[in-house]
Design a protein around this ligand. Structure first.
Ligand SMILES: [Zn+2]
Ligand SMILES: [Zn+2]
Length: 426
């Protein structure tokens, strides 16, 4: 058999697994302060949840979905992103019935069939948050602040981050603007790539996203929605900016920021970093999607949210020297001098663990010398040495690995002595 993970996937080994759990813990604690509760939706959905929500003409739906027919003949798709599923779940379970708002967050794997590259995998991990039925611009600012604070909490220096902000308009002002951009693409058809020419008919705004340098140059001259906003969108956008200004959250207006999903309306935003990621430098982003629930046959229900990528966030943390917790932490190692005291050593380790101390011991019949080496490798701050001579007088030896100081401690007092030395409060 082929003992390798499929292309574009990777095993999350302990170091990375610990980092993923750390991000989830950090998110859960921070998001709870903003009133968000966890939601776990299935990893796969009926395909139309994504085709309707994200849009047929988007790259995700047209090229990147893992879609298959299940044994019951249903078209099933592995979720390529989280928002569509969360909105589907909110509709199914009436979470926004009778005008109530709801704030939800999620964490887990997403799947997109893409060419694997640095920071872009076919199975990748995201944390996201969604605020439903909240039309006020204050919640746009709140969500953006929460995302910004999350990266700050992780220790990514703000000097390495950039917050981009834009508005995509709404059904009042966007159609006319889309037409203008489509017209612009037709006028410059010869200078633009094939893909951009195709987009003219399906999704002209995506031409702003083209990676082709010549397309970028041409599109820099295209009309901007900023200048075509309806009154409602203009007021909403300026209120979002006022709230961010009031908190001193630094943002850069980028009139060409269009996120690659059809469902966005009004506010869109993205956080980029300038360290460790090259061109795939967005670590999180999102926007408002006031029409999404209607696409599923629900009542008009505004919403907005963001998703942040685990892999890229971790790369940014590593590149900027942010703290990433170790996979395991061993505080104390219990070493035994010979086999005759194995039972006592096992008992000491168990008592330490029960009292809350991270403890490791030998399970491989190592010599005393190599047990000390192992304790060192694990970074243990202390070693409890259990030997037959000391044990016959009811004692063990406690060795401080830093100062190399050794003290005799009564067997019954070892837990208290270790906790004291580690300064663990009762
Ligand atoms: Zn192009
Ligand atoms: Zn508008």
């Amino acid at each position: 058999m082929n003992a390798r993970a499929p292309k574009g996937t990777s095993d999350m080994l302990p170091d990375v697994g610990a980092a993923w759990e750390y991000l989830q813990r950090t998110a859960a604690a921070l998001f709870a302060r903003y009133g968000y509760a966890p939601v776990y939706t299935p990893l796969f959905e009926h395909t139309e949840v994504f085709t309707r929500g994200i849009g047929e003409a988007t790259d995700i739906v047209s090229k990147e979905m893992y879609t298959f027919e299940d044994k019951g003949g249903r078209s099933i798709t592995l979720r390529p992103e989280g928002t569509a599923s969360v909105v589907r779940a909110a509709l199914e379970h009436n979470l926004t019935a009778n005008g109530q708002g709801t704030k939800l967050y999620y964490a887990g794997p997403m799947f997109r069939y893409e060419r694997p590259q640095k920071g872009r995998m076919r199975q990748f991990w995201q944390i996201g948050a969604e605020a439903l039925n909240m039309p006020d611009p204050s919640v746009d600012a709140e969500v953006i602040v929460m995302l910004w604070r999350f990266f700050e909490t992780l220790g990514i220096p703000t000097s390495h981050m950039r917050l981009l902000l834009n508005t995509m308009g709404d059904e009042q002002c966007r159609p006319a603007y889309r037409e203008k951009v489509a017209g612009f693409i037709r006028e410059h058809s010869a200078e633009l790539c094939e893909e951009c020419n195709r987009r003219e008919a399906t999704n002209p705004l995506r031409a702003f996203d083209c990676k082709n340098p010549q397309c970028r140059e041409v599109m820099a001259g295209a009309p901007l929605l900023r200048d075509e906003l309806c009154e409602g969108c203009a007021a909403h956008y300026s209120a979002v900016k006022d709230s961010l200004d009031a908190l001193g959250v630094p943002y850069v207006e980028d009139p060409r920021l269009v996120r690659g999903l059809d469902y966005y309306t009004r506010t869109v935003f993205e956080v980029q970093v300038d360290a460790g990621l090259g061109s795939q430098n967005a670590i999180g982003g999102g926007g408002r999607y006031d029409r999404l629930m209607e696409q599923y046959g629900g009542p008009p229900t505004p919403g907005l949210g963001f998703a942040l990528g685990f892999e890229r966030t971790l790369m940014a943390m590593q590149a900027t020297g942010a703290f990433v917790p170790a996979a395991t932490v061993t505080q104390v190692y219990v070493a035994r001098v010979d086999e005759s005291v194995s039972g006592a050593a096992f008992g000491v380790a168990a008592a330490l663990r029960d009292s809350g101390v991270a403890t490791e011991m030998d399970h491989q019949s190592r010599s005393l010398k190599s047990q000390f080496k192992q304790a060192d490798r694990l970074g243990a701050r202390m070693v409890v040495v259990v030997g037959p001579d000391e044990l016959s007088s009811g004692q063990v030896t406690l060795r401080d690995m830093g100062s190399k100081e050794e003290t005799r401690v009564a067997l019954g007092a070892i837990t208290a002595a270790v906790r004291d030395a580690l300064s663990i409060a009762e």
